[in-house]
Design a protein around this ligand. Structure first.
Ligand SMILES: Nc1ncnc2c1ncn2[C@@H]1O[C@H](COP(=O)(O)OP(=O)(O)OP(=O)(O)O)[C@@H](O)[C@H]1O
Ligand SMILES: [Mg+2]
Length: 553
């Protein structure tokens, strides 16, 4: 494509050389194709019978996952419109924590069906408008059919957590994990007026390979993936008074070289003693405050370790910043940045701080904290790949539990709400004339792809399943969905497959927003990219660099 325009026969160059431009129908077509490819790539991962993906990054590291967001994050996507679908997964993940695969699939379907209408000369703005109306109807329907529940009833929370994990590698342990996840979240939830509030980050998650998944446990307290700094130190302190330090217990090296002229042996000794004294002084400041545990964000010098050890202090170094914050909250301590300032009031409290051997490594447990709301889930599993996927799946489950605690309404799953929405939207479409009706109808069709793919991934005939589901929903069976384990159409609410209303609502919003945004674009102007690394000497860097695969925009 050229970036030239003709003005009175004279070409006017407005874009930098190497820029790429596509316009109108062509731009739309290319964007839609790119977005469809992305949606296509996650389809087979949907639902309990979905497959996992193995992703290998440029360093050769392997990730095995069925999590929509992770799949798209790990794929090195270049195309701008395709990247917008990656954004859908991100938004969905940030807002609701689950439903990323569904949101991307629906966005892809909305685009692919829109393209068919555009080919029949329906203008994109009519489609966008129709989609907006349909999405509103969809949200309204969800609100209407959602079941109100008690946010602290662990029964529903557990069922929803299990639904979210049913489609993951850890499905065999879903009940066990759901139990732990619900207990952890209810522990950290707080009542804020009439409503409940809870933050997923308040549940600390650590993982260590070795042992089986069923050894995963909930610890009341904070677990640090750190060992005690000195082998001679005590490994267990009861009634711990904890100093949280964001200051190094080392002697800072000067930035410039200095020359020392030492003339007598006494001077050498005095010089060495001085360093030792400074470190001793640091250790004393800590013990004087009354602390018997030190958790330091920075380094601890060997000599300082030695002094602390002699005083019976347990010390940990290079703790993560996020852990320091969690520890401060849990133990009621304050993170001190200047050693001179430390006072007894800054110390945190825990009934027990102890190093324990977990697998091949050692971890430190801070238990019986001042604030009982501190909890950690320690994931175990046969390999790192397994524990990493377990962590991602647990994250989905924790988010789902949060969603319900904060907005205690659920819908049943297995494609039932999608089919109910599409049934309502189809009828609603009839009230509009011509092209608009078509646009609203294809939104309903796009929603039906969720049960269709769930069925397909389970090896069933999607066409048969959808036609039966349609007739059941027409007959008023709101929760008729596809139970993929047995491959039967059932009342999903009766078999306890529940999901948060928040997740389903966000799927509609994220998918519609992305599809509409992509449909609105009729001009793609891509600047030529600089080549990295810059060309050989004398090669003159830029021209001809270009986006990889730029020609396909
Ligand atoms: N037992 C079940 N029978 C039928 N469908 C189920 C069952 N359990 C879960 N599902 C459905 O599986 C779908 C969720 O699949 P999955 O978790 O793979 O994707 P997602 O939630 O859209 O995205 P992600 O989890 O990757 O963020 C939902 O529609 C849910 O209702
Ligand atoms: Mg899910």
């Amino acid at each position: 494509m050229s970036s030239n325009a003709q003005a009175g026969g004279v070409p006017v160059l407005v874009l930098k050389e190497g820029s790429d431009r596509s316009r109108g129908r062509e731009a739309q077509h290319r964007n839609i194709i790119a977005a469809k490819v992305v949606a296509e790539s996650v389809k087979s991962a949907l639902g309990p019978k979905g497959m996992d993906k193995m992703l290998v990054d440029s360093f050769g590291d392997v990730t095995v996952t069925s999590d929509g967001r992770t799949i798209l994050d790990e794929m090195d996507i270049q195309h701008p419109a395709a990247k917008m679908l990656v954004e859908v997964a991100k938004t969905q993940d940030n807002e609701a924590g689950d439903g990323t695969t569904s949101a991307v699939i629906i966005a892809g379907e909305l685009l692919s069906r829109a393209e068919e209408l555009i080919d029949k000369n329906v203008h994109p703005t009519i489609i966008i408008d129709g989609y907006k109306k349909a999405a509103e109807k969809a949200l309204e329907t969800l609100e209407k059919i959602a079941l109100k529940i008690d946010p602290t009833s662990s029964d529903y929370l557990k069922k929803a957590a299990m639904t979210s994990m049913a489609s993951k590698l850890i499905a065999d342990y879903k009940e066990y994990f759901a139990d732990i996840a619900v207990k952890a979240m209810l522990e950290v939830a707080t009542k804020d007026g009439k409503n409940w509030k809870v933050d997923v980050d308040d549940v600390k998650v650590e993982k260590k390979s070795g042992e089986s998944m069923s050894e995963t446990s909930l610890i009341k307290g904070i677990v640090l993936d750190k060992e005690v700094v000195h082998s001679g130190m005590t490994k267990r302190v009861e009634k711990a008074k904890i100093a949280l330090l964001d200051a190094s217990l080392e002697i800072e090296k000067t930035e410039y070289d200095a020359k020392l002229s030492i003339e007598t042996p006494d001077q050498i000794e005095a010089f060495l003693n001085q360093e030792e004294n400074m470190l001793k002084d640091m250790a004393e400041k800590i013990t004087k405050s009354g602390a018997n545990v030190v958790i330091c964000q920075k380094g601890i010098d060997d000599m300082a370790q030695h002094f602390l050890s002699k005083k019976g202090v347990l010390a940990i170094r290079r703790a993560k910043k996020s852990d320091m914050e969690k520890l401060a909250k849990a133990t009621g301590g304050k993170v001190v940045t200047k050693l001179d300032d430390i006072s007894p009031a800054d110390l945190g409290y825990a009934a027990l701080v102890e190093e324990r051997k977990i697998g091949d490594d050692k971890m430190t447990f801070v238990e019986g904290c001042k604030n009982p709301q501190a909890v950690t889930i320690l994931i175990r599993g046969s390999s790192e790949r397994f524990t990493a996927e377990a962590e991602r799946s647990l994250h989905d489950a924790l988010c789902v539990i949060r969603d319900i605690i904060e907005d205690p309404r659920v819908v049943a799953g297995g494609g039932a709400p999608e089919l109910e929405m599409s049934t309502v939207i189809r009828k609603y479409a009839e009230t509009f004339p011509g092209k608009e009706q078509l646009a609203i109808k294809i939104f309903a069709e796009a929603l039906e792809t969720i049960p269709a793919i769930l069925a397909e991934n389970a090896g069933l005939q999607p066409i048969d399943v959808i036609s039966e589901l349609r007739s059941r929903h027409d007959a008023g069976e709101t929760w008729a969905g596809i139970e993929v384990r047995e491959g039967k159409i059932q009342d999903m609410s009766r078999i306890g497959v529940f999901e948060p209303l928040t997740v389903k609502k966000q799927i509609i919003k994220s998918a519609n927003d992305a599809a509409s945004m992509i449909l609105k674009i009729d001009d793609v102007i891509a600047a030529g990219r600089m080549k990295a690394p810059p060309g050989p000497p004398g090669g003159g860097g830029m021209p001809g660099g270009g986006y990889p695969g730029m020609g396909e925009y």
